[in-house]
Design a protein around this ligand. Structure first.
Ligand SMILES: NC(=O)C1=CN([C@@H]2O[C@H](COP(=O)(O)OP(=O)(O)OC[C@H]3O[C@@H](n4cnc5c(N)ncnc54)[C@H](OP(=O)(O)O)[C@@H]3O)[C@@H](O)[C@H]2O)C=CC1
Ligand SMILES: O=C(O)C1=N[C@H](C(=O)O)C[C@H](O)C1
Length: 264
């Protein structure tokens, strides 16, 4: 049995994670971290799966009292960072889907994971198709160093660029020589027209109602182009990855950044 605490249970992803827990035989929800509904039970909340687990607004008390093995965090960058640190401090292994952490925060979590000799998984994208899209993009960048990333998400998303776009750029940087793309003298007549800059690569973030999570990695070469594209049409697309991470975080004593490190 894996005892799980979920942070962000009322959210779009958190509620999907509760459904995953309910339908998985050896998963047991022992609590939720929410910023509302102190003292209530998950089963009291409308629209959520009928699971019997207390809600805590104080994350530290949740980790001390709930008896969790694993934290699934699907909140905001600020809350996710605090929850992840508190989990590790209290011997709970974090599985984090929350995006928007800085490099310094990731390094700090890695250091704490190693110091505590625990496992921790931070995955910018839990959808297997998105993981493959990132790996294919890394491969293609060896041959096509001119690349732009367009990520498209629903308009409730807090962070831009997306965690997936940042991870994609970092993977590409591992194989692509640093290069400033476009005309050396190009000028934006409207600020932001060329998008965000990561090592000379451009990242463009689209936010529109109706979208879920989509990314295109566009490569241009002499007389040819290559586009690698992934779409999540439903948040269920992320759940097999969440399950893999929950199962594996129990077995590793290491900091894992990216689901590709857990796929066979
Ligand atoms: N790795 C992956 O595959 C995926 C990652 N994500 C990431 O997961 C995160 C959540 O996404 P999503 O579910 O769409 O977002 P939602 O806004 O739907 O849900 C976030 C939840 O977190 C809660 N929350 C925010 N701050 C706190 C806090 N301080 N303490 C406790 N709870 C808090 C919110 O509460 P309230 O309702 O009160 O605001 C809300 O219920 C984002 O960072 C997103 O980028 C999303 C999809 C896939
Ligand atoms: O906020 C979202 O929805 C998503 N966030 C993650 C990200 O920032 O990449 C993963 C996925 O794109 C959905």
């Amino acid at each position: 049995m894996i005892n799980i605490i979920v942070a962000g249970p009322r959210g779009k992803m958190g509620s999907e994670a509760l459904r995953l827990i309910k339908q998985t035989e050896n998963y047991h929800l022992v609590g939720c971290i929410d910023r509302k509904n102190e003292g209530m039970n998950v089963s009291d909340l409308e629209g959520l799966p009928n699971l019997d687990a207390p809600i805590f607004t104080d994350a530290e008390i949740a980790f001390q009292e709930a008896g969790a093995d694993v934290l699934i965090d699907l909140t905001s960058p600020e809350a996710g960072y605090t929850h992840t640190r508190l989990a590790l401090e209290n011997g709970v292994r974090p599985v984090v889907g929350t995006s928007g952490f800085s490099d310094e925060q990731l390094t700090d979590i890695q250091r704490l994971t190693e110091q505590k000799e625990l496992g921790a998984v931070i995955a910018p994208n839990f959808a297997v198709g998105a993981v493959l899209m990132m790996q294919f993009a890394k491969w293609a960048a060896k041959y096509f160093p001119d690349v732009e990333i367009i990520e498209k998400h629903h308009d409730q998303k807090l962070d831009a660029p997306s965690g997936t776009a940042v991870k994609t750029a970092k993977l590409i940087e591992q194989v692509r020589e640093s290069k400033k793309q476009g005309h050396p003298e190009e000028k934006e007549t409207l600020a932001g027209a060329r998008g965000a800059d990561e090592d000379g690569m451009k990242i463009h973030s689209v936010r529109l109602p109706g979208l879920i999570a989509h990314q295109e990695v566009i490569f241009g070469g002499t007389g040819q182009g290559l586009t690698i594209k992934h779409d999540s049409y439903h948040r269920q697309s992320f759940m097999s990855g969440v399950k893999l991470a929950v199962d594996q975080v129990q077995k590793v004593n290491a900091f894992v950044y990216g689901l590709e490190n857990l796929l066979e």
